[in-house]
Design a protein around this ligand. Structure first.
Ligand SMILES: N[C@@H](CCC(=O)N[C@@H](CS)C(=O)NCC(=O)O)C(=O)O
Length: 372
């Protein structure tokens, strides 16, 4: 409860000050090989495995947005709260046994992949969509998706009478649309307009603050980005008693794109990639078993798989260069997937866990391979 209140106050304190990312260079640049392998793709050789770098440094440097409400909102003390920020803490708990050993580095959409490739950050956990060009062309590697999102559109029934969640792109013909520069967002809405044979005017902003302020100022009559971002924006504005927010509709019900969001590491950094990936899987397996930070001590030996995962007989963490209880520390200090979702999205913003973000056995896509 206290944690949810802390997140809520942090969100409210920062909503008005929201700032964010811009130009996403991932889709355009093919960098020449600084220290490349045969495929000519740029590979950043940090000279040491990222695990060794983080352990030697005694803290994880994690790239976040810093202004994505619900995902990572950073304050001037260097703390960051939200779903992505919690996964940064989870990687620190797994690697260093201490979820607080994290330095959050706020990055714009344009800066995010460069900062990862040049070793400025150890891992990027910043509402970044897994795409073919990003995964295959620019020297980074996407780990397991932690939030299955999709692009949606936000507009007001004042500007578009009769608007509902059943409305679609075809219903915003002639609109001026606010978007974040260089993200997948801009491309999806441009293609969507072409496919629906409508005309829209794009107003592109370098960061989220600019995009949201333009919408609030009426410079554009439509705002579009990942559905979670729209929901968080409306929820936060509602909490700020912005009466207009009551007339804001998020549509279409079925998003116009797939936006699988998850952690990103450098390519050819496999040992570190496995640590980040299995940190995520550990939160999925705990969630699957109904385990969270409040009951893990009593349930960690309920099955041989849980015993292995939490550091008992047959544990596999030391083979990964981690402490045997690495993933036990993740659940104890940060929580299971369901707990992280509740503490950062559902509790503070009312963003319910549903659809693809449910466990596989509940019809969702949250699925972990067996810990054996
Ligand atoms: N998932 C998209 C980014 C979507 C996006 O821009 N989301 C907004 C939602 S508020 C955001 O992250 N803003 C914060 C920021 O850009 O720092 C991508 O990877 O290109």
């Amino acid at each position: 409860m206290l944690k949810r209140l802390a997140v809520l106050f942090a969100v409210l304190a920062l909503v008005a000050a929201a700032c964010g990312g811009s130009d996403d260079s991932s889709d355009t640049t093919t960098t020449t090989a600084a220290e490349g392998d045969s495929s000519g793709q740029e590979t950043i050789d940090t000279g040491e495995s990222t695990l060794a770098t983080v352990v030697a440094r005694g803290k994880l440097i994690c790239g976040v947005s810093g202004s994505a409400i619900g995902f990572s909102v950073s304050d001037d003390t260097g703390n960051s709260v939200g779903f992505d920020a919690d996964y940064c803490r989870a990687v620190a708990a797994a690697t260093l046994g201490d979820a607080t050993a994290v330095e959050f580095r706020d990055l714009t959409a344009a800066e995010r992949f460069e900062a990862l490739k040049n070793g400025e950050i150890d891992v990027l956990i910043r509402n970044s969509t897994w795409t073919q060009s990003r995964d295959a062309d620019i020297g980074v590697q996407f780990a397991t998706t932690t939030y299955y999102d999709g692009q949606q559109i936000l507009a007001s029934t004042d500007a578009f009478p009769g608007l509902s969640t059943e409305s679609g792109i075809a219903d915003i013909d002639g609109a001026t649309v606010c978007v974040n520069a260089g993200t997948t967002t801009e491309k999806n809405i441009t293609e969507g307009a072409q496919v629906n044979g409508i005309t829209i005017t794009l107003e592109t902003y370098e960061d989220t603050a600019g995009t949201q302020e333009a919408y609030l100022a009426g410079t554009c009559d439509v705002y579009t980005t990942d559905g979670s971002g729209l929901f968080a924006f409306r929820s936060a504005q509602g909490q700020l008693e912005n009466a207009d927010a009551a007339n804001w509709v998020i549509f279409p019900g079925a998003p116009i794109s797939k936006e699988p969001l998850g952690p990103v590491t450098r390519q050819n950094d496999d040992a570190w990639f496995d640590i980040v990936n299995w940190t995520v899987f550990a939160t999925f397996i705990a969630d699957e078993a109904g385990i969270d930070s409040t009951n893990v001590d009593g349930m960690m030996d309920d099955t041989p798989e849980l015993t292995r995962l939490f550091g008992g007989d047959g544990e596999l963490q030391t083979a990964m260069g981690l402490n045997a209880d690495a993933f036990l520390q993740v659940i104890k200090q940060v929580g299971s997937y369901g707990e992280i979702f509740e503490n950062t999205l559902t509790g503070p913003l009312g963003l319910e866990r549903s659809g693809p973000n449910l466990q596989w056995f509940d019809g969702g896509l949250i699925y972990a391979p067996p810990a054996r």
